[in-house]
Design a protein around this ligand. Structure first.
Ligand code: AMP
Length: 283
């Protein structure tokens, strides 16, 4: 039977657990998660194992990246399942801080990213989000001091923001993006998919289908704005309330008018019932 990963809950025990890796010159990869692990998270763990000799997975549902009206309270928490999945995946260490450990009384510092974090995509609908993500990711990087950190392309704007932040702050970590893991029908795996009713689950693959159609049409030379308009209509036909469907520069997330303006990434966010889903695709 596989060995359970070491579980640490305080910064000092985390440092004690990491010290022998460092002394032995082992490279370390960090996979930050909010738990409720699925095959998408496990793809990050596998990529981490390919890159480094020790893999740390953090599980922390970060209150700082949820607005009061969002789903912090009901966000799925499945610690026993997660530990079983990480045992099977042969992760070495689980970093499991409490909210008090991460944000003790008197905590007063915030990282406020700009650039891709102000692209008018997720930030427009979740204005608190990237400040919360950047602050917690900076803390995780400082606590674990990983050589590599793995993030999913599923949260594409987040991946760009964290990559830029590591560069801007000279953080000694290589941020690596891992392709999105999907269900057979194209729906991107997400811890929030458990919120979907059977009917909503039936409609949900429309997001990815629309991204694919739009990407193909843009590649074929059709005008971007017209393609997006039709894509938006398609998504709304599938019972979604659309937040955005946009074509952006794949690295800066700046607006683009034609394919000549740079590599293009399509990004979408929409709500079906009470569940908000996001997805994205390269053109
Ligand atoms: P979360 O627990 O949702 O905060 O996600 C933790 C990490 O897993 C983030 O870097 C996500 O981008 C990544 N992730 C979530 N879903 C997927 C997926 N379907 N495929 C690949 N990576 C994912």
């Amino acid at each position: 039977m596989a060995r359970r990963p070491v579980i640490t809950r305080s910064v000092s025990s985390l440092r004690r657990a990491l010290a022998p890796y460092r002394r032995a010159g082992k490279s370390i990869a960090l996979v930050p998660t909010m738990g409720a692990l699925h095959r998408g998270h496990l793809a990050l763990v596998r990529e981490a194992q390919r890159r480094a000799s020790r893999v740390v997975v953090s599980i922390f549902v970060n209150p700082a990246q949820f607005a009061p009206h969002e789903d912090f309270g009901s966000y799925p928490r499945r610690l026993e399942n997660d530990i079983a999945a990480l045992t099977y995946a042969k992760a070495d260490l689980v970093w499991l801080p409490s909210a008090d450990t991460m944000y003790p009384e008197g905590f007063a510092t915030k990282i406020e990213p700009e650039g891709a974090a102000k692209a008018g995509l997720e930030d427009k609908f979740r204005p608190h989000f990237f400040g919360g993500v950047a602050t917690v990711v900076t803390k995780l990087f400082t606590q674990v001091t990983p050589d590599f950190a793995l993030f999913g392309q599923k949260d594409y704007q987040q991946l760009r923001v964290v990559t830029q932040m590591a560069k801007d702050l000279d953080l000694p970590v290589k941020v690596i993006g891992v392709p999105t893991v999907r269900e057979k029908d194209g729906l991107a795996l997400s811890s929030r998919n458990v919120y979907l009713s059977e009917l909503e689950r039936g409609h949900a693959p429309a997001l990815y289908r629309t991204l694919k159609t739009c990407a193909e049409r843009i590649k074929a030379g059709e005008p971007i704005e017209m393609v997006l308009e039709e894509g938006r209509a398609q998504i709304e036909l599938a019972e979604f309330a659309l937040d955005y469907l946009e074509a952006r520069h794949a690295l800066t997330l700046a607006a683009i008018a034609t394919p000549k303006d740079g590599p293009i990434r399509l990004l979408v966010a929409a709500k079906i019932g009470k569940t908000r889903l996001i997805d994205n695709l390269a053109v």
